[in-house]
Unconditional design. Sequence first.
Length: 380
Amino acid sequence: MRTLDDLGDLDGKRVFVRVDFNVPFDPTHPGVIGDDARIRAALPTLEELRRRGARLLLAAHLGRPKGRDLDYSLAPVAARLTQLLGADVTLATDLDQVPDDDVVMLENVRFEPGETKDDPALAARYAALADAYVNDAFGAAHRAHASTHAIAKLLPSAAGLLLQREVETLQGILADPQRPLVAIVGGAKVTDKLGVLEAFLDTADTILVGGAMCFPFFKAQGHSVGASLCEQEGVAPAERVLERGGEKVKLPVDQVCGEAFDAATPVTAVDGVDIPEGLMGLDVGPRTAAAYAEVIKDAGTVFWNGPMGAFELEPFAAGTRAVAEAVAAAPGTTVVGGGDSAAALRQFGLEDQVTHLSTGGGASLELIEGKTLPGVEVLS
């Protein structure tokens, strides 16, 4: 994979930088960014390019707009980057009228109809605006879009520092991890994480399963799951994972349940895995949390993707909090694969206490699964 060093002299040149600024907004304050972590993650690359004398043309997407919809404008992002970068960031609303300033941000690339189609003509319009191309948007690297893929074929191109670190870290924990390698896999659906589970069946020493995705495993074992979220399509794959994994695959041994997905629901502790009728499992129980933490503390490498329960509801946050604290305290290499796991770390104030916090949920999972990421392959 080509890196910034492969671009040579950048003094005075304009570099088209694809960044991942798909940030969440505060639902109670329209236009106010709720979490600027993805913007801050791009700063090392942007600062390094500016140190080398480059002028920046930034491109990013926000949400999934249907055409030009100013509810998805990057104007608030440009304003926040101005503060973080300490330099004026001009927002260009039209590809035909891009100012020649030192730092310019294009309006949401998904306003362009050819963006998600990897349109060569749109990529050529992008490329005409710059002298070189850098992709630092790991969170979008698993998509073959005009600003992540086609443009890289038209200009001298390289990975930014963030993209480089993401790829090297995630590939490294599979290729040469410090042992034991512990994979913590949670979330809602087995089918969403099946590729990850199968990859870790070959490489991990222990796989800890949590979240609602444990219920297809329990159902495969003949346990009752009550009213829990249980993906029927996940039962057969879960059974295959159990058959292949044997003792390597660890499941919860107790549960914290409620009558509804609601912070106000009555809480019922179940010491076991059979969920009574009318109740749904919403968190792993204290015995599970303690057992998982014990495994994590002795790990040489930890990969975590997916919460242990409905951590956004305080009565059901304890299991995810215990795992997050164990990962943060683990002495080995700790890698957290974006998405809800990253959100949980931030909720508990632990995001700075892991070795690597990925900015790309879907991209990190696909890389772990062994899939080729178009935005990475094109930089080879």
